[in-house]
Design a protein. Structure first.
Length: 476
């Protein structure tokens, strides 16, 4: 999928812009720890410069449609300077991981400048044990989580020796700044293209009416399930309060093999285990706040990638969402896992994700004012209490200038009135949790991190106890 000058944002991408406010920042990213001393800053800049042609969007900025006639467009930034986006920082040696995460929290407390390409990369030196870190920060309108993983595989190396990158014959020359007529014309062209897509769909329906009828029925059922979900609002909790612009960040490490051992012994999927672990941690945190959990089930917004194999390395958002259960009312950890598994199996058989994708498609044709209202409804506290996103990362080592990436803690975002977001990412045999919290609403964010560690340990002990039990065989 090409990334061209004067591309118009999709409805989903534009929705992230509409949801951004002075306190609710819509950027995502990661804290990456690497072995060894950092490369020379100029060498790193040269490496990034040599690969930017692979991701043209990283040299483009937003341009608004004249008179709010449509969604914004991506345009080349004629004043693009990679040194503005790649920045240096340092911890007081020997810098601890806690100091690094505090630095990340401060970086994620600042909005990205919308007059420039919407990304930053911070190089942080001075980390203990002869390590350094990279902190990436990219607006969600530019890239979704799964796309971000693919992007890392483009910008990082697969071997200690940096790979040769094929360069274009000509150096990059930005397109001239578009004037209002060009912006209006690009929007009209995109509208025509959308109309042709609809016409092609209608012609396809005429050619195969039975298939079209099945698709229409599935879409209607999906929208019905989505509407039903909105009629059953998420409960009020201490997580759903007014938030400020400042953030806290906590990282929790685990081995992917441990979570696989749990799901192999006790059933379900790794994602079921993740949601169960988060439920257990939130149950303990709510109790520490004096909140009773009898009969209380929280809702998690669980993004689901609908990015096809042909769309790998493409930026922009290709996601639908499901509202997964977090049964904090269940005390027994094994029963909690089984409750999550049963509910998620039901969601997979439902058409919530289909409905979300249909709704996103409908928003593509909505006027900007209606699109903005719809986008805000998508992140309403009626729908969910917190974001829980689980990203599958590469299960092999990645390198930057010959330095191996050891750890990655993903960073999600906080919509308005949501004080907590949990992002999980697997990488090279590890699975790490990144907890982003509002600074004022969650001074006890570490309690949730400790609860995740305790919940994993609890389930792992149950899994190993079950594995030691002799299997019963029937007598012939």
């Amino acid at each position: 999928m090409s990334q061209q000058h004067l591309d118009r944002l999709t409805a989903i991408d534009a929705g992230f812009l509409h949801n951004e406010g002075s306190a609710s920042h819509m950027h995502v990213g990661a804290v990456v720890m690497l072995e060894g001393p950092p490369p020379a800053f100029e060498d790193l800049l040269d490496s990034i410069r040599s690969r930017l042609h692979l991701v043209p969007r990283y040299r483009q900025k937003l341009a608004g449609a004249p008179a709010h006639s449509g969604r914004p467009l991506w345009v080349d930034d004629p004043s693009f300077d990679v040194e503005y986006h790649v920045r240096q920082s340092a911890l007081p040696r020997p810098g601890s991981e806690q100091q690094l995460l505090h630095t990340a929290a401060r970086i994620f407390s600042q909005r990205l400048d919308r007059s420039k390409p919407l990304w930053e990369l911070w190089v942080v030196e001075g980390l203990e044990d002869e390590r350094f870190a990279l902190i990436s920060k990219t607006h969600h309108a530019l890239v979704d989580g799964v796309g971000g993983v693919d992007l890392a595989q483009v910008l990082f190396d697969l071997a200690p020796v940096p790979q040769d990158i094929e360069h274009p014959d000509e150096p990059w020359e930005p397109a001239p700044e578009p004037h209002a007529a060009e912006l209006m014309g690009a929007g009209a062209t995109d509208a025509v293209r959308s109309g042709l897509t609809m016409t092609a769909g209608a012609l396809g329906a005429m050619a195969d009416p039975r298939r079209a009828a099945r698709q229409a029925r599935h879409a209607a059922e999906g929208l019905g399930e989505l509407v039903w979900a909105t009629l059953n609002p998420a409960p009020a909790t201490p997580l759903n309060v007014e938030i400020g612009p400042h953030r806290r960040f906590v990282g929790v490490r685990h081995e992917l093999a441990d979570l696989k051992e749990i799901k192999n012994a006790l059933g379900g999927t790794v994602n079921d285990v993740v949601l169960s672990v988060v439920s257990g941690a939130l149950r303990g945190w709510l109790h520490s706040r004096g909140v009773r959990t009898e009969g209380l089930e929280l809702r998690a917004l669980v993004p689901v990638s609908v990015r096809g194999e042909a769309e790998r390395n493409a930026l922009g958002n290709r996601i639908a969402v499901m509202r997964g259960p977090l049964p904090v009312y269940v005390e027994d950890p094994l029963l909690r896992l089984r409750t999550v598994r049963s509910a998620m199996d039901g969601l997979k058989e439902s058409k919530q994700a289909v409905g979300a994708e249909v709704m996103a498609g409908m928003q593509s044709f909505a006027p900007p004012t209606i699109l903005a209202q719809a986008a805000r409804i998508n992140f309403s506290t009626r729908l969910f209490n917190l974001i829980v996103t689980n990203l599958p990362g590469p299960q092999f080592p990645l390198y930057v200038q010959g330095r191996e990436m050891r750890d990655v803690f993903p960073v999600a975002f906080l919509p308005r009135h949501h004080a907590l977001a949990i992002a999980i990412m697997s990488y090279n045999g590890h699975i790490n949790f990144g907890l982003l919290g509002d600074y004022d609403a969650l001074p006890d964010l570490e309690v949730i991190g400790e609860g995740i560690e305790a919940s994993v340990a609890e389930l792992l002990a149950l899994a190993r106890r079950q594995a030691r039990q002799p299997t019963r065989t029937s007598k012939g």
